[in-house]
Design a protein around this ligand. Structure first.
Ligand code: PEP
Length: 252
């Protein structure tokens, strides 16, 4: 039985106090949604302590949006996996398209970040997805396969058991355009098949989230698809009511 997961990526939004307030509201109203849904919030680094304090005693879990590729040392401005784990993070988003696009993150960097994440008992939420040009050229399967092969295929079987994959078509992120439920299912099934070729039956237990303009109005239809196990949510995660309402989208 795969986990049902709704993870919020706050990106570079909210001031620390506002983030704490948002977390408080998620916790206060979390009971409206089935306890079978796992909620994760990923605030900016600067908010982690305050948000962790708000989540204490609840089942809402904490993640970070990134971590350094190195363990520690002279890397000015970087935040290590060990640091975020020490602040209570259980998850870390890696390979988000904004990091790949604006900060030049390559598979080589991501392999190093994966090592750091697992060394600190963090579960990576590994993002894959094609841009508009690649989708229009019919290249999306190849792009996603490469992103999996170059990073995920380097994991051990043990590490793979602690992994969440997020399919996020770049053309749907923050654009208001959502992949149709059928488009999501088609590529989620492809991702699972690709993972099965490497990791066998363990791929059937891997949660694969959809991300890209997911909101309360479209979550139910997308989550109803067999290989969609939840969502990675950007904009709609910034309002507790919307974030929780997305969790109500699980009918299965
Ligand atoms: C994201 O960036 O992870 C994301 C899914 O953003 P949005 O929901 O705003 O499209």
């Amino acid at each position: 039985m795969r986990k049902k997961i709704v993870a919020g990526n706050w990106k570079m939004n909210t001031l620390p106090q506002e983030g704490a307030e948002l977390a408080k509201n998620v916790v206060a109203n979390r009971g409206e949604v089935c306890s079978c849904v796992n909620f994760i919030v990923c605030p900016p680094f600067t908010h982690l302590s305050m948000v962790a304090a708000e989540l204490k005693g609840s089942d809402v879990e904490l993640g970070a949006q990134n971590c350094a590729a190195e363990e520690k040392g002279a890397y000015t401005g970087e935040i290590s996996a060990q640091m975020i784990a020490a602040l209570g993070c259980k998850y870390v988003i890696l390979g988000h398209s904004e990091r790949r696009q604006y900060y030049g993150e390559t598979s080589e960097t991501l392999n190093k970040k994966m090592v750091q994440a697992y060394a600190n008992n963090l579960t990576p939420i590994y993002c894959v997805g094609e841009n508009l040009q690649e989708r229009e050229a019919g290249e999306h399967f190849n792009v996603v396969k490469k992103q999996l092969e170059e990073v995920i295929f380097n994991l051990s079987e043990e590490q793979f058991k602690n992994l969440i994959v997020a399919y996020e078509p770049v053309w749907a992120i923050g654009t208001g355009k959502t992949a149709t439920a059928d488009q999501a299912q088609e590529i989620h099934a492809f991702i699972r098949k690709t993972l099965r070729e490497k990791f066998g039956a363990a791929a059937d237990d891997c949660a694969i989230l959809y991300g890209g303009s997911c909101k309360p109005a479209n979550a139910a239809e997308i989550f109803a698809k067999e290989d969609v196990d939840g969502g990675l949510i950007g904009g709609a995660a910034l309002k507790a009511a919307d974030f929780l309402a997305i969790g109500k989208g699980f009918a299965k």
